[in-house]
Design a protein around this ligand. Structure first.
Ligand SMILES: [Ca+2]
Length: 477
C-alpha cells in the first residue's frame, strides 16, 4: 500500500486516527500510517509569537474597557482568542518579568529580582544568569527557527546577547528604554541588527513592526518562534504627527502622546496579523499578547479600577492585559477568569512545539492549552507569589490576596474588592496567617538578589565593580 492509498483509505473510513491505527494493527501498513500521522503532527506544529508591550495600563485597550484609544487590532486577539481577566506578570517592572517569561520560572529563584538599572555596556555585569535555559533554547532545540525583535533588557554584555541565549536573529536594543525618534540619541544603547549597530531612521515602533513582518515573510514556511517586544508604551514621550493627529480630542498632552504610542503599536499588531494571513500562517500561529507590568503614572496610562501601578504589587502593578489566540485550535471570544501568569507562556509553547523542558530544576509555569480548550477545569495555580525586594511581596490564592506593600500585610478579597481597598486581616487572622506562611515557604526556596535595586546598583558600581562582576559571573555560570 502506498502512502497515497493509505491516506485515501483513512479519509474514506471516516474513523479517528486512533481507531484507524488499531484496525491496521502492527503490520507494514500500520507502521506506515503511524509514521505519516507523526510526520504530519510535526509539520503542523504552530508558530509561536509572543508580543510584549511595555508599561501598558490594564484598562487602555478597547477589549479591556478602554474608551478613548481605539485599538482594533489588539482587540481582535480577544475576539478571536481568549482574554485572561486575571493574567499576571511575575514582577511589577520590566527586566525581572522578562527573565521569568523567558525561563518559565519565578526569577527570584535565580536572583533576577530587580531591574539591572540604567544601561551602561562595558560596566554592567547584569543579565539573565547563564545557568538559565530560555524559551528560545527550548524551541530552537525542538526545530523551530527563533527570532527576536525589540527590547531585550536581559543583559547588555556580549555574553548575554539574545543570540547567545537561543535566538538565531535579533533586531532591537539591549537596554531598558530607547528614544523612538532618534536611534542615535543613545550611543551606549544602539539599535542593533544582530550585533551590529544600524542607523535606524523610522519611528522605532514602526521599525520593529517592519522587522517583525519581514521575519514572518522569511520564516513562514517553517515553524518559527518570534519574540516581538515593543518598547511602546514606555517612556520617553515620543510620537509622530501620523499618530498624534488621531487623538486631537484628547486634551491632556501626556495622555495624547500615550495614545499615539499605543496606536502605533496597534497598527503594528495589525500589520503582523495581516502578514500571517498573507503567508498562510495565521491559523497555525499561537500568539500571546501581554504587558510586562502595569502602567506607571508617568506615561499617562490607566489601570482602571485596579489599585496601584508599575513597581507595586497591588493589582495595578502586576495584573496586565493578557490575550492568547490560536485560531486552528482555540475557540475565540472567550474569557478565562482563573489566575494565570507570564511564567505559563514557556511551558505552553514547549507543549505545542514538542519541546523538552529542563527537568533538573523547578519550573513554575503550566501549559494553558488544556485550560483554554476546557479539558482541564481546575485552577492552573492554587497560589501565585510575588517578591520585589523586602518591602513588596504578595500571594494570591483563589480570590484571596495578601499584600505587603511597604506596610504590614493586608488581606483582600478580590472577588468583592477589585480595587484592594478593604483590609480584612483583622477580621480573618487565620486566613492572613495561612497566606503569610505560604509566602514564607515560597521565599525559603529563593536565593538572594544578584544585584540591588537600580539606585543601589549605581552606588555600588562606583566602589565594588570588580567584586560584583566576579560574584555575578560565578553565580550565573
Ligand atoms: Ca515595563
Amino acid at each position: 500500500m502506498s502512502e497515497k492509498d493509505l491516506v485515501e483509505a483513512w479519509a474514506r473510513s471516516g474513523m479517528r486516527r486512533r481507531e484507524f491505527l488499531a484496525l491496521l494493527g502492527a503490520g507494514a501498513a500500520g507502521l506506515l500510517a503511524r509514521d505519516l500521522f507523526a510526520a504530519e503532527a510535526v509539520r503542523r506544529r504552530p508558530n509561536i509569537l509572543v508580543i510584549v508591550a511595555d508599561d501598558l495600563g490594564y484598562a487602555d485597550l478597547g477589549c479591556q474597557s478602554g474608551k478613548d484609544i481605539l485599538t482594533p487590532h489588539i482587540d481582535s486577539l480577544a475576539r478571536n482568542g481568549v482574554r485572561f481577566t486575571s493574567g499576571y506578570v511575575s514582577c511589577p517592572v520590566c527586566s525581572p518579568t522578562r527573565a521569568g517569561l523567558m525561563t518559565g520560572r519565578y526569577q527570584e529563584r535565580f536572583g533576577h529580582e530587580f531591574n539591572p538599572g540604567p544601561l551602561e555596556p562595558g560596566t554592567g555585569v547584569f543579565g539573565l544568569p547563564l545557568s538559565q535555559i530560555t524559551m528560545a533554547d527550548v524551541l530552537k532545540a525542538a526545530g523551530y527557527h527563533t527570532g527576536m525583535v525589540g527590547k531585550w533588557h536581559l543583559g547588555a554584555e556580549p555574553v548575554y546577547h539574545p543570540m547567545k541565549r537561543g535566538f538565531e536573529e535579533f533586531f532591537g536594543f539591549l537596554g531598558g528604554a530607547h528614544s523612538y525618534l532618534n536611534a542615535r540619541a543613545d550611543a551606549r544603547n544602539p539599535i542593533l541588527r544582530g550585533t551590529e549597530p544600524v542607523d535606524e531612521k523610522e519611528y522605532l515602533t514602526d521599525a520593529f513592526t517592519r522587522e517583525a513582518v519581514a521575519y514572518i515573510g522569511r520564516h513562514a514556511n517553517e515553524p518559527f518562534f518570534l519574540y516581538l517586544t515593543y518598547n511602546a508604551v514606555h517612556q520617553p514621550p515620543d510620537a509622530t504627527s501620523k499618530y498624534l493627529d488621531r487623538f486631537k480630542t484628547i486634551a491632556d498632552e501626556r495622555r495624547r502622546i500615550y495614545a499615539a504610542k499605543l496606536s502605533a503599536m496597534d497598527d503594528g499588531v495589525g500589520a503582523v496579523l495581516a502578514k500571517l494571513k498573507e503567508a498562510g500562517a495565521y491559523q497555525d500561529t499561537l500568539l500571546f499578547f501581554l504587558s510586562d507590568n502595569g502602567g506607571p503614572p508617568v506615561n499617562g496610562s490607566s489601570n482602571g479600577p485596579l489599585r496601584g501601578f508599575k513597581a507595586t504589587v497591588w493589582e495595578g502593578g502586576i495584573r496586565v492585559p493578557f490575550l492568547v489566540q490560536w485560531p486552528r485550535r482555540i475557540k475565540g471570544g472567550a474569557t478565562y477568569d482563573q489566575p494565570v501568569i507570564s511564567l505559563d507562556i514557556m511551558p505552553t509553547a514547549a507543549a505545542v512545539a514538542g519541546g523538552k523542558l529542563p527537568t533538573d530544576r523547578v519550573l513554575d509555569g503550566v501549559n494553558l492549552i488544556p485550560r483554554m480548550t476546557g479539558r482541564r477545569k481546575e485552577p492552573p495555580h492554587p497560589m501565585l507569589f510575588w517578591r520585589f525586594g523586602e518591602n513588596r511581596k504578595a500571594v494570591r490564592a483563589g480570590d484571596w490576596k495578601l499584600v505587603q506593600q511597604g506596610a504590614p500585610p493586608q488581606l483582600l478579597d478580590l472577588s468583592k474588592d477589585t480595587g484592594e481597598a478593604d483590609d480584612l486581616s483583622a477580621r480573618e487572622p487565620g486566613r492572613a496567617k495561612q497566606l503569610g506562611d505560604a509566602l514564607a515557604a515560597w521565599e525559603s526556596q529563593l536565593v538572594p538578589p544578584l544585584w540591588g535595586p537600580a539606585g543601589q546598583a549605581r552606588a555600588a558600581r562606583a566602589g565594588r565593580r570588580q567584586g560584583r562582576r566576579r560574584r555575578a559571573l560565578e553565580m550565573g555560570a
